[in-house]
Design a protein around this ligand. Structure first.
Ligand SMILES: NC(=O)c1ccc[n+]([C@@H]2O[C@H](COP(=O)([O-])OP(=O)(O)OC[C@H]3O[C@@H](n4cnc5c(N)ncnc54)[C@H](OP(=O)(O)O)[C@@H]3O)[C@@H](O)[C@H]2O)c1
Length: 316
């Protein structure tokens, strides 16, 4: 089968496209022929060698995809041949075929467009735990999202708006600002404008997937408020002294999606809750950008450059 792979960590030049061995399923797995593979920031960290990656030679990146079941292990009970499934936490995904443990496979509702389901998978389930497990805000709360037009940002903003929460955020460009406003945000500031001084201590919760903005996030938060820190798209955060938090009763919460997807039941419960927003038309996302798997290098470059809006999908 064809795959995108690398033998050493580094910049984009380490990525190669070519033939690798077809994986073999165990009794508890299904073999999925991938139709769309989700590219995520974490894949860039993994290619650089700064994030956990499956020990496999050559390295094959990617944990997220949607495709058709083409083989079923003898102990598998809930999936059939030809069924369409989504997975968001299975390694070696940037390939034509992926072995998916039964408990990691998520059924895809027939009424949703498979391409859009592939585009919302990991980022949507991330938005779900950020909103419902960590933020857990009441109606009419004021919340702020850095990078509101990113993949997670777009879904999180609309999910919270649908939940009755007032959403604010920043973007780097006017185009992204317009998109976020169209998706229901109350106010969207251009990152380079002088918006920070007038918005200090204004938000109950600040969602920060940028990292380098963590100190700023704490300034934006009201006393007794919280910062939900979930990624480093803009670089590592400065160290924070817990005594500074204590003085203003502010908290920093963190979370990794994988700790929330720890059983088949959790995957099912959470994906159903997520898909409901789409079935009820409460969340719309921008059309994903598609790259062929063979052009995977360009897709990494596009995501890393900050030019992308919403999801980047690889198509084998
Ligand atoms: N904890 C978890 O379980 C989990 C799961 C999935 C993703 N994540 C993290 O969530 C974050 C967003 O992921 P994504 O998939 O949504 O990526 P994405 O679509 O590329 O969005 C990244 C966003 O970050 C913003 N950004 C980048 N550099 C910035 C900077 N220097 N200052 C301010 N904003 C900056 C961008 O804003 P503009 O577009 O306006 O420039 C962009 O909207 C990443 O850090 C990722 O690792 C965490």
């Amino acid at each position: 089968m064809k795959a995108l792979y690398f033998n050493t960590f580094g910049d984009n030049s380490v990525l190669q496209y070519g033939e690798v061995a077809l994986p073999k399923i165990t009794k508890n797995q299904i073999l999925v022929e991938t139709k769309y593979i989700g590219l995520n920031f974490a894949d860039i960290y993994r290619r650089r060698g700064t994030y956990h990656i499956e020990n496999h030679m050559p390295y094959i990146n990617g944990y997220e995809g949607l495709g058709r079941v083409v083989q079923v292990g003898e102990n598998v009970r809930n999936f059939r041949l030809d069924e369409q499934v989504l997975f968001v936490d299975v390694p070696l995904a940037e390939a034509q075929y992926v072995c998916v443990p039964e408990q990691n496979a998520i059924k895809v509702p027939a009424i949703l467009d498979p391409k859009m389901v592939a585009a919302i998978g990991l980022q949507g389930l991330t938005a779900d735990f950020l909103a419902h497990d960590l933020g857990n805000n009441q109606k009419d709360a004021n919340i702020f999202i850095h990078g509101i037009s990113g993949g997670v940002g777009q879904i999180l903003a609309q999910m919270l708006t649908a939940d009755g929460i007032n959403v604010y955020g920043t973007t780097s460009t006017k185009e992204k600002q317009q998109l976020a406003l169209k998706q229901g945000a109350k106010k969207v500031f251009l990152r380079k404008s002088a918006w920070q001084t007038t918005n200090k201590a204004s938000f109950d919760t600040v969602y920060d997937g940028v990292g380098s903005t963590l100190k700023q996030s704490l300034e934006l938060t009201v006393n007794k408020g919280k910062v939900v820190f979930y990624g480093m798209a803009g670089g590592n955060p400065e160290l924070i002294n817990p005594l500074d938090l204590l003085e203003s009763s502010k908290s920093i919460l963190t979370g990794d999606l994988w700790d929330y997807l720890d059983s088949a039941t959790e995957r099912e419960k959470r994906s159903r809750r997520l898909f409901k927003y789409f079935e009820m038309n409460q969340i719309k996302i921008s059309e994903p950008t598609l790259f062929s798997l063979a052009e995977g290098k360009d897709a990494y470059e596009y995501l890393e450059s900050g030019r992308s809006i919403g999801k980047v999908l690889l198509v084998p």
